[in-house]
Design a protein around this ligand. Structure first.
Ligand SMILES: Nc1nc2c(c(=O)[nH]1)N[C@H]1C(S)=C(S)[C@@H](COP(=O)(O)OP(=O)(O)OC[C@H]3O[C@@H](n4cnc5c(=O)[nH]c(N)nc54)[C@H](O)[C@@H]3O)O[C@H]1N2
Ligand SMILES: Nc1nc2c(c(=O)[nH]1)N[C@H]1C(S)=C(S)[C@@H](COP(=O)(O)OP(=O)(O)OC[C@H]3O[C@@H](n4cnc5c(=O)[nH]c(N)nc54)[C@H](O)[C@@H]3O)O[C@H]1N2
Ligand code: SF4
Ligand SMILES: [Mo]
Length: 697
């Protein structure tokens, strides 16, 4: 940490893929150097609190391993052997190769690939501008939100909910399937305020005792993939014990006799068998939310990373529709506000330049796509070239064996634009060095709250790095595209996007650093009805209408979907050869694979490890700290055993995405996860794997 006196404090925004999008105060020591990073005190959601990994950001932005020169591969694929080249050489070569591949195989053979390494829209989504103008293959975005969002929309009709600041006014905060202490610490700020000031009860629902659960009054540890069973049993108890708000349901929902009959068999005894919870725990939870009008359901992503994740999200969301919690301040539900920005992003994505109607390839299926799976390729030809920005699929994508086999193809031309030599960059033919958020201009939406924030460059860029926006533009011009969109600067694109979206002028917005998109409280709690034509919340989802809301694609037979909110037993089943269920829950000091390069985070997370229940450990002769191998049909991974109470027998938890090479044997945790799209519309099921475990040889 740099102890020098700060020249000034600059306002910025955390760019990482976290629902909090914290407003930051960054100490600027000189035009090239930052010092401490703090959470902005005057931002009501950030409220002066940020996570420790971003507080230490000087470690990341001034890291000695940052890339500063374009590189050309000089050894075999994946060898990590490169020769420095100039930017002109690199861009010329990419343009020449892309053109040759397009001429030989067609534009769809090129697949630009990105995700949310930065959440700034200009530098994240600008890759789509090149894609559209050239008619390259589309990317179907599923990896993170593919199961969660449809499950929520299926109930309410839109992606939005009650302002999360109102958690502080709640009498019961239900933190469901998110380890907020690790993944979005600001949820805890507001929930704990309710606990302190109003003696609110905190409920946490997870598959092991997390740091978040340690703060709970009621912690429910259930078996992975059984949240739907808990939710319908809670509704059974609410009806049975006259705790359902029948007036609210009659006015605001599709509740009827068929759904009531469906719930009649969903007893706590039935759910106890499935979830591993006791009848008393289920009943106590139902009574708590049934007798607390101001119950706030903060629904996370984690529990939707199961094969039945969309239906689980929908089932959990049904509870406040039955208690009528939506009617009360401090009550209701929230998953994401990403459906509320109303941004015109055409200057970023170049949507109006779209050429042809190319196929859309599922990003979670990158392994099958690159290894020639006909279904994943949508009946088209192979992918022959990629440009990757803002993501590290060699580490984060499911079914790592296939992903690596694909990246190792000698006939795949791979360009990776990165800040560090990630495990994806190591596979590249050309590596391009990228700026960081403190070195470029962008705006950020905050899915976990109500604001859109502006983050200007606060220091000079590290010499040799280019921003995503610049790379996309330079490449487009070399590929013969001459639309003025490819001659823009990042700040101007932000300004124009704000103008087109009726947000106002950037010069003005910059003074406060944000636009508040908070909707009127009544709208956020659907007081005038839910976002379906009949204005009713749906206990009986219409998945086809849900699909149409966002242009999703079916990945299963529509007739297979359960009719009502339900437990859908389709997770990867254990059997004699694979008796354990593995979840790959988030590590506190890493953010996906980001920060696994910073010393502070590496120190905190230590070696890649797996939590196992003491009874299982004794039975299998596994002692604390020994090497174990965890495996399944897709491969096997070496980890260090950590014996823990606080998780069910038969369940294993491996926190975090350590570098693949930090694992003995070099295979990362995603070797064990699967790339088969979840129903109904795709999504990766990172916490859903049946595995075996044994002491390593
Ligand atoms: N420190 C840190 N912060 C992060 C990230 C990170 O990797 N590390 N990732 C970022 C990203 S990209 C995202 S999308 C968000 C995600 O943040 P979250 O919404 O918190 O989702 P997950 O991190 O997937 O998992 C949260 C919890 O779900 C639990 N879980 C798994 N399966 C089940 C289940 O079947 N039922 C229940 N009830 N719980 C289950 C896991 O054990 C885990 O504790 O976090 C962001 N923030
Ligand atoms: N096993 C397991 N796997 C998971 C998950 C899990 O829970 N378990 N979570 C999944 C989820 S929710 C998600 S969202 C994905 C996320 O996966 P990724 O989107 O791949 O997230 P990161 O690993 O953080 O990688 C982002 C990369 O972008 C780079 N980057 C950051 N800013 C910029 C920039 O401005 N320009 C360029 N060119 N690069 C930049 C960073 O250096 C980093 O290497 O991972 C998924 N993978
Ligand atoms: S909590 Fe999330 S948004 Fe806030 S600083 Fe940390 S990673 Fe960034
Ligand atoms: Mo994510």
């Amino acid at each position: 940490m740099n102890k020098a006196v700060a020249l000034r404090t600059a306002r910025s925004v955390c760019p990482h893929d976290c629902p909090s999008a914290c407003a930051l105060d960054v100490d600027v020591i000189d035009s090239h150097t930052i010092g401490r990073v703090r959470g902005a005190k005057d931002d009501p959601y950030t409220a002066g609190v940020i996570c420790e990994k971003v507080a230490r950001y000087a470690e990341r932005v001034h890291h000695p391993d940052r890339l500063t020169q374009p590189l050309r591969r000089s050894g075999p694929k994946g060898s990590g052997q490169f020769t420095p080249i100039s930017w002109d050489e690199a861009l010329d070569e990419i343009a020449a190769r892309f053109t040759a591949i397009e001429n030989e195989h067609g534009a769809e053979a090129i697949w630009p690939y990105y995700y949310a390494g930065t959440m700034g829209h200009v530098h994240r989504d600008g890759i789509d501008r090149l894609r559209a103008a050239k008619g390259y293959s589309h990317q179907y975005d599923t990896i993170c939100t593919g199961t969660a969002w449809p499950g929520y929309i299926a109930g309410t009709g839109m992606l939005g909910g009650v302002n999360p600041e109102q958690m502080a006014e709640s009498d019961c905060v239900v933190i469901w399937g998110t380890n907020a202490v690790h993944t979005q610490v600001n949820v805890m700020t507001h929930a704990m305020r309710a606990k302190k000031e109003r003696k609110a009860k905190i409920v946490v629902i997870d598959i092991y005792e997390t740091a978040t659960m340690a703060q709970a009054d009621l912690g429910l540890v259930l078996r992975p993939g059984t949240d739907g069973a808990l939710a319908v049993a809670v509704m059974h108890v609410l009806l049975r014990d006259n705790l359902a708000d029948r007036d609210y349901m009659a006015k605001y929902t599709d509740f009827g006799p068929d759904f009531e009959a469906h719930l009649a068999t969903k007893t706590p005894e039935w759910a106890a068998e499935i979830t591993g919870l006791s009848v008393e725990q289920i009943t106590a939870f139902a009574h708590l939310v049934g007798t607390t009008p101001r119950s706030y359901f903060r629904l996370g992503y984690g529990f939707t990373r199961q094969r039945n994740g969309s239906t689980a999200m929908h089932a959990a969301l049904c509870i406040p529709a039955m208690t009528g919690a939506w009617q009360h301040r401090g009550g209701g539900a929230f998953h994401s506000n990403s459906g509320t920005w109303k941004l015109d992003k055409s200057r970023i994505t170049g949507s109006y330049l779209q050429k042809g109607n190319p196929r859309s390839l599922d990003m979670s299926e990158i392994g099958p796509v690159l290894t020639g799976d006909a279904k994943a390729l949508k009946g088209g030809g192979p992918v022959m070239a990629m440009i990757v920005q803002n993501t590290n699929p060699a580490s984060v994508a499911p079914d790592q064996t296939l992903t690596h086999r694909g990246f190792a193809r000698e006939d795949l031309f791979l360009v990776v634009h990165e800040q560090f030599m990630t495990e994806t960059a190591e596979f590249a033919d050309i590596v391009l060095p990228a700026t960081m958020f403190l070195e470029h201009n962008d705006y950020y939406t905050r899915g976990g709250h109500t604001r859109v924030l502006y983050g200007p460059a606060v220091i000079e860029r590290l010499a040799g790095t280019w921003s995503n926006h610049e790379v996309i533009n330079a490449l487009a011009l070399r590929l013969g595209l001459d639309d003025d969109l490819f001659r823009t600067r990042d700040r101007d694109v932000v300004a124009e996007t704000f103008r087109r979206s009726n947000y106002g002028e950037l010069d003005e917005i910059e003074k406060s650093g944000f636009v508040d998109r908070e909707r009127p409280d009544a709208a956020a709690r659907f007081a005038d009805g839910f976002a379906w034509p009949d204005k009713r919340f749906r206990f009986e989802p219409n998945w086809e209408e849900t699909r149409l809301k966002k242009g999703y694609m079916w990945t299963c037979d529509p007739a297979a979907m359960p009719r009502f909110a339900d437990h859908w037993a389709i997770t990867e089943a254990t059997d004699a050869g694979h008796p354990f269920r593995l979840a790959t829950s988030p590590a506190r000091a890493f953010l996906n694979s980001s920060f696994n390069e910073t010393p502070g985070s590496q120190k905190r997370e230590g070696a890649p490890s797996v939590f196992i229940h003491p009874d299982d450990a004794v039975r299998l002769g596994i002692e604390e700290g020994v090497f174990v191998t965890v495996g399944n049909r897709r491969g096997s991974v070496d980890l260090t055993a950590r014996i823990r109470t606080g998780l069910p027998t038969g369940v294993l938890i491996a926190e975090g995405l350590h570098k693949n090479k930090s694992h003995r044997g070099g295979k990362g945790i995603n070797t064990l996860t699967n790339a088969t799209p979840a129903p109904p519309f795709g999504g990766a099921t990172f916490h859903d794997a049946a595995v075996w475990i044994r002491r390593a040889d």
